[in-house]
Design a protein around this ligand. Sequence first.
Ligand code: SF4
Length: 352
Amino acid sequence: MATELLTPPRKSNLFLPELVYFEPDSLDYPKGKKIYEWAQAQDLPIRMTTSHNRITNLPGDSELEKYRIAKRTLVVGVKKTLKFEQSKPSAEYAIPIATGCMAHCHYCYLQTTLGAKPYIRVYVNMDDITGAAEKYIQEREPEITRFEAACTSDPLGLEHITGSLSDLIRFMAEQPLGRLRFVSKFHHVEPLLDLPHNGHTRVRFSVNADYVIKNFEPATSGFSERIEAAGKMARAGYPVGFIVAPIIWFDGWEEGYAELFRRLKAELPADAEKQLTFELIQHRFTKTAKRVIEQRYPKTKLEMDEAKRKYKWGKYGQGKYVYPDEQANALREFITEQIFEKFPSSSIDYFT
Ligand code: SF4
């Protein structure tokens, strides 16, 4: 079996699907029409489907090839259920604009949560979605309501196709009590830099040691690209944060993470620091995730040896394997020190 099917190469250029499906009612919306014209202009194969649930015949000779192609298949539809999921602790609600992702991070939790539907869905009825958000904001007045746009996807990687993040940023700029946040492993921030955001959107970049990005995050933007994008967003006045995840113990981890914080310090403008937040998440896996990862990325170097981990019971059934206390403490102490040394006015939201 060809290795490139198992671990796609790093391609941080803009995502181009191999196949695009449209649900017919999506073409009743300007965004649906625009995406249709874009797909035609790119000369992409276009198919119609009455529902994404009917997409069962994706091309591919093996399960792995089908998976790879599904991740490069775009499905354009209308979001019918406008009941938002909760998104604790970083926001009150998940705001649904897309599901699925074209990248191939070996550890990605979408592999288990999206199950047999790894294709990328984007929604075109943004007025309905922002209308629902407005109601959620009103319900919580006078409290602020935060919405997370990246719970089920990496929307920045799709922005050149949909423009939906820009819609949300503009919408939230006008909401005195609404805030938006999203996280990304991509660097394509140009469309967002000149938007009126009113400081109401916080962007967090998911960053890591270069070793982790190179070995476990194929088809995302590289180490330097993400850090430079964070600098651009901070200079455009957006509140910026970083999710360092998954924090991985590897030979040379201290130097790898020290280099990350050195580069962040060099790139970020000094006035970004007081709004800077860090979220720190050590690598963990469940038995189910391990099984899926070994099928999809059989050559992964991701260490998932239960015997080397500590079992942490889960609230709802399945527990997780995290690093034993000694390793977790060493990681936490080292990274915390780095952050406070380089960014003394920033805050660490959590280490988990
Ligand atoms: Fe998953 Fe994020 Fe990687 Fe996409 S970029 S595969 S959503 S971890």
